[in-house]
Design a protein around this ligand. Structure first.
Ligand SMILES: Nc1ncnc2c1ncn2[C@@H]1O[C@H](COP(=O)(O)OP(=O)(O)OP(=O)(O)O)[C@@H](O)[C@H]1O
Ligand SMILES: [Mg+2]
Length: 257
């Protein structure tokens, strides 16, 4: 599978994270517009976060880490993500973009012997969607484990896996901030050698079940050390950036390579 760009639309941008189950419709519609003008089939993979949908449902049921033991909790979290996914789908389809939702819980799973979970997956459906001229889209999700429980699989992790599997040129994380902030200003660039120290500083400021900014930077670290080329944290609430990314242009944000 080959793609140029993996874009993750963060829940911080496409929802109001502090208000349960509230999409940020103005941002979603504008991003859908930008896809409509600048997207070309076959080269882009889309991922979205949980925001005030997935995180809100999951937080009631997670065991303190990322496991969910209650069947009802697993099903509710799944459904909360479906709701957000359909809001996105409606907006993109209205603008003529063939948004094609793929359930991560149907292509990812955890095989667990003792306490070590190993993530298994088949990305063939994603590959086939790309070749069919669709815009494949996967949301953060709860996926099932061989031990009979559920586990949160963050959109950030899915984005990292898709970017590696498709040898993407860029793994771009859209959030509600202009990049990685230090003293109120965003850094234009972080070298991979500096990441460890920055992650340690960002830890403890997480406001969600997948580690917030520190979790995201850890995914970036894993991505780069597994052969990934370049990552970006950008502000998806600012008009025009998604369109420019889709056209392969440089944008404002924090590039990490
Ligand atoms: N040093 C930092 N620089 C930038 N943002 C930071 C920093 N430390 C903490 N943050 C917080 O991280 C948030 C982005 O991470 P968060 O996980 O909340 O968003 P997201 O990944 O877009 O949402 P979701 O997980 O729902 O997809 C920002 O809104 C900001 O409040
Ligand atoms: Mg997050």
């Amino acid at each position: 599978m080959r793609a140029d760009l993996v874009i993750k639309l963060g829940g911080s941008a496409i929802t109001q994270k502090d208000t349960p189950y509230s999409p940020n419709l103005a941002v979603i519609d504008r991003i859908a517009d930008e896809f409509s003008s600048s997207w070309r089939a076959g080269r882009v993979l889309l991922v979205h976060g949980g925001g005030s949908f997935g995180h809100r449902a999951a937080i009631k049921y997670v065991d303190g880490g990322s496991k969910l033991f209650s069947p009802r909790g697993i099903a509710e979290t799944r459904h909360a993500m479906h709701r957000l996914t359909s809001i996105l789908a409606e907006s993109f389809l209205e603008k003529g973009v063939p948004f094609f939702a793929i359930d991560p819980s149907a292509c990812f799973f955890y095989e667990e012997a003792d306490s070590k979970p190993s993530l298994g997956y088949s990305l063939r459906p994603v590959e086939l969607a790309l070749s069919a001229g669709l815009l494949p889209s996967l949301g953060g999700d709860v996926v099932l484990s061989s031990q009979g429980h559920g586990r949160i699989l963050s959109g950030d992790t899915i984005a990292r896996i898709l970017a590696l599997a498709s040898s993407a040129r860029l793994l771009a994380f859209g959030t509600d901030v202009d990049g990685y902030l230090e003293g109120g200003k965003h850094l234009g660039k972080i070298g991979r050698g500096e990441l460890k120290e920055i992650i340690a500083a960002a830890k403890g400021r997480s406001n969600d079940v997948t580690g917030g900014m520190a979790g995201k930077l850890s995914e970036v670290g894993e991505y780069l050390s597994s052969g990934g080329e370049r990552a970006l944290i950008f502000n998806a609430t600012r008009p025009g950036i998604v369109a420019r990314l889709l056209r392969g242009e440089e944008v404002e944000g924090t590039y990490i390579d």
